[in-house]
Design a protein around this ligand. Structure first.
Ligand code: GDP
Ligand code: MG
Length: 162
């Protein structure tokens, strides 16, 4: 079986956009209204000559009570099935309660976690990615899923962890 990379994070941070960027097609559902992604949609992907399975997680109603707890639960499921976890945070918003709930799960998971600081569309926004060090998951890697900025560097880091 191919190694599995699971993309986790709260709604609207750009998980599905990043998945589309990685697979090079528009298959993952991107919505301005968050929460439309179905649970755990899997795709075949490859980078640097290596094939892997990419799992897009999501499907929560962001207005539901207890959202942070449900996202943390989804992160636990992703950790079970994945070899590497790609944790996506919106660097332009900064750390939210839901991000922290996911981070707590991932800190203890014993599997490699790559922290993507998404929506870093330009040089100026790169400074905001530094705030994500507070999640306790190591170096935040700035990326723009929408424009592709630094997505190759992010994928290199994912493959190094595989
Ligand atoms: P998901 O809920 O985490 O899967 O997030 P989506 O991929 O559906 O994206 C949510 C919104 O964020 C959409 O409007 C995207 O176009 C936007 N978005 C995603 N990545 C980026 C990015 O790198 N930069 C900017 N500016 N917007 C982004
Ligand atoms: Mg999505």
């Amino acid at each position: 079986a191919l190694p599995v990379v699971a993309v986790v994070g709260r709604p609207n941070v750009g998980k599905s956009t990043l998945v589309n960027r990685i697979i090079g097609r528009r298959e993952a559902v991107v919505e301005d209204v968050p929460g439309v992604t179905r649970d755990r949609v899997t795709y075949e992907a490859s980078w640097g000559g290596r094939d892997f399975t990419l799992v897009d997680t999501g499907g929560w109603d962001p207005d539901a009570t207890g959202m942070a707890a449900r996202i943390a639960e989804q992160a636990r499921v992703a950790v079970e099935l994945a070899d590497v976890i790609l944790f996506v945070v919106d660097a332009t918003v900064g750390v939210t309660d839901a991000d922290e709930a996911v981070a707590r799960v991932l800190q203890r998971c014993g599997k490699p976690v790559i922290l993507a600081a998404n929506k870093v569309d330009d040089q100026r926004t790169e400074l905001e990615a530094h705030a994500l060090w507070s999640l306790g998951l190591g170096e935040p890697r700035p990326v723009s899923a929408l424009h592709g900025r630094s997505s190759g560097d992010l994928l290199d880091a994912v493959l190094e962890a595989l």
